[in-house]
Design a protein around this ligand. Sequence first.
Ligand code: F3S
Length: 401
Amino acid sequence: MILMYLTKQEERMLSGEEGYTVKKSMEILVALGDIYGAEKLINIDSVQVAGVSYHNLGDAGLEFLDELARDGKVKVLTTLNPAGMDLENWKKLGISKEFAEKQNSVIEAFRKMGTIISCTCTPYLIGSLPTYGRHIAWSESSAVTFANSVIGAKTNREGGPSALAAAFVGKTPSYGLHSEENRIPDVHVDVTVNPRKISDWGALGWCIGKKVGNKIPYITGVKDADLDELKSFSASVVTYGSKPLFFMKGITPGSEKHQLPKEKVTIEDVDIKEAYESINDDVDIMDFVCIGCPHCSIKEIAEIARLSKNRRVSSSTEFWVATSRLMKQLADKRGYTKIIEDFGGKFACDTCMAVAPLKGRFRSVATTSAKGCYYSRHNGMKTKLGSLEECIEAAVTGKWS
Ligand code: F3S
């Protein structure tokens, strides 16, 4: 028995009148809605789909996508998360032909569905920019947290299949973070430290994520934060905690309408120190340096170019800049690409350090991203978290100093 209210048109979609893929999608959405107690489906403005890398999907995932692509067309703006390789320059990144063929089949399935082949975890930097209070259905935890918290849009942390289902129907069940009553902060986090370098924002996310777990933090004490810092913090706080929503007093929208929660925790220097100690492994030889988790903005690429000019990557180290293809095109025009490539760096468009098939290729990674460290450990690498300056130095010397 279906518990959620369906309109006549939704009932027709569920009965298969709009084809196999819409029917399957409705079944997924109705099942989710019933499990989580949604009363109805609501319209959404956009979808971000995770689960694009063949490395994570495997043949079963590819088959699933091929099946949906037979008659499935997305109904709203739908963008993709990073794939397992740079779709144009996969050879330069050391990706095998076999992997590339499979990855291209995945992309072909998405192309047939009508998705934008954006392959980035920062869709909000390349044209899919939600607006305050609007409903969306995004997967990719860093983007979900950014959209909910920094933009004030409303989305649950979708999985790949549920996000795709929402794209084929143009709707999502109304539960969780789509409802105002579930977006009320429940723990006051007073930050007494002043994050300076970009990695400090990841460390701060580690501290808050660990302390608040599944609660929604109302953060005070942060004086200022730019887009890149909030992007980095969003990725880290949800990786080490689990709730994809935070409020930052005076910085993120909606913080002004909430009271300070009674429960309070404090973040001090000692906590940030603990974050670095926990994330950083005992390793000094770095054979991989990767910047761009989440994908680099043009400002970050400009800074990489400034710091790498007239220098040279060590012959024992590989240096990647992970970003969207659109951002790379902008970097081409502004001359940053040439500087970074003269340095010996490689652009990793469409992909990232977590979803590319890197297991067994590198022993260690230096990065500015706390989230990047988390996933690199899963790929068997020792990790170092540090400032952009420290990472560039590691690329030049092959060592962490
Ligand atoms: Fe993006 Fe990959 Fe990091 S999807 S947030 S660059 S792990």
